[in-house]
Write a protein of this length. Structure first.
Length: 398
């Protein structure tokens, strides 16, 4: 999307400046918006589908004894994608808040956590116009619904859900009088590379996922220009209880002694623990969140070698991990999609090799400036995540 990034950032900065000139209480509304999921796959509309059996629902209900999220003056929420990985943790956090009166979850699947009379899940597909009646007083929409796994989807699927789906969510908010949206975007709106990107960096997405999320940000910026409140959170790779994504695949490969570095072990991978993501999303409801765009990644800027070391330390493993050259590995991975066409599942794909070699190096400067404190560093987060048992076995992959 050449040339669009600078104009988009200028729009968001102007909106933030306008908000700062008004009352700080403008940031007090709270709400939630949900994701739509495809069973047994990365969600069609959610950040990731949760595969938890009833015995595993505790990942959303049990919690460490941390400071609770600030109670929001708005007590009814809309969440899109709330049955997914991040959404499940967010809804559990909202329901722990005694000030929450009602949560409406828009998703293709029921909520996998414990039932609660304040929670209503509406089966809906955000790729289609949304005809949903919300409780009076619903003040904020948490819009998490997305197609995010890559590789794994056709190019057009990212845009159908992430761009057009966001437009449909905006239309619903407009009709229902919701004036505040907290949106989960991605650090993939920045080009991959070794240059650290804070929120002032020009977006230059180089994947369909990143492009579709940037288009969604543009739709939301136009909605916000009408006097509405918008907060955009750009997470990195999110991991934690209930996940089955990149960190689970890495854990599985290390357990089986099948992992190798591609080209180097110093590739920076912007990542963040799911509990810190939820805390960040709730922080967006407060008047302290004075910016519009927030990168949400560990401040430590960890590389793949440090992530591997953290997993091995938590598991008590000793692993020698070789470094193999990038170009031959990428050529070899090109065979993977061909084998998939004849039903030979293998996990090889050139895009996965690129992700191991190319840095995604984001800096959470706006969160630091506004006073948000991450509760976890990499090692503490990985240790807590793995304390519940092998994540790849939990999801039937071990």
């Amino acid at each position: 999307m050449p040339g669009s990034g600078a104009h988009h950032n200028q729009q968001l900065r102007r909106k933030t400046q306008d908000e700062r000139s008004g009352s700080e209480m403008d940031g007090g509304d709270s709400g939630c918006c949900n994701v739509v999921h495809r069973p047994q796959q990365e969600d069609v509309h959610g950040e990731r589908t949760s595969h938890l059996r009833s015995s595993e629902m505790s990942v959303y209900t049990s919690h460490d004894k941390r400071a609770e999220s600030p109670m929001s003056p708005c007590c009814s929420y809309l969440v899109t994608g709330g049955s997914g990985f991040i959404g499940g943790h967010l809804i559990a956090d909202l329901l722990r808040d005694p000030g929450t009166a009602r949560v409406v979850n828009l998703d293709l699947r029921p909520f996998p956590g414990a039932p609660d009379p304040r929670l209503k899940t509406v089966i809906a597909d955000i790729r289609r116009p949304l005809a949903v009646d919300l409780p009076a007083g619903t003040g904020t929409c948490y819009h998490l619904a997305a197609v995010c796994r890559e590789p794994g989807h056709r190019r057009e699927e990212y845009f159908e859900t992430n761009h057009q789906g966001t437009a449909n969510v905006i239309d619903l908010c407009r009709r229902q009088g919701i004036g505040s949206i907290v949106f989960t975007s991605t650090i993939m709106v920045y080009a991959a590379g070794d240059r650290p990107c804070d929120e002032s960096a020009e977006p230059q997405p180089d994947t369909a996922y990143g492009e579709s999320k940037l288009l969604a940000e543009g739709e939301l910026a136009r909605w916000a220009a009408g006097g509405n409140r918008l907060r955009i959170v750009r997470p990195g790779v999110v991991f934690g209880p209930g996940d089955y994504g990149n960190f689970v695949r890495l854990h599985r490969a290390l357990r089986r002694n099948l992992f190798c570095y591609v080209g180097r072990r110093t590739t920076v991978k912007g990542s963040v623990y799911v509990r810190d993501v939820v805390s960040c999303l709730r922080f967006m409801e407060t008047a302290a969140a004075r910016d519009t765009v927030y990168n949400c990644v560990f401040p430590g800027r960890y590389d793949i070698g440090q992530i591997v070391d953290a997993i091995c330390a938590a598991e008590g493993w000793r692993r020698w991990v070789p470094v193999l050259p990038y170009r031959p590995m990428r050529w070899l991975a090109g065979v993977g999609p061909l084998l998939e066409k004849v039903q030979l599942r293998n996990g090889l794909h050139p895009r996965r090799i690129d992700k191991l070699y190319r840095s995604t190096d984001a800096v959470p400067q706006a969160l630091a400036r506004d006073g948000f404190a991450f509760r976890y560093d990499l090692r503490a987060a990985v240790a807590e995540w793995l304390a519940g048992g092998s994540p790849d076995r939990v999801h039937g992959e071990g």
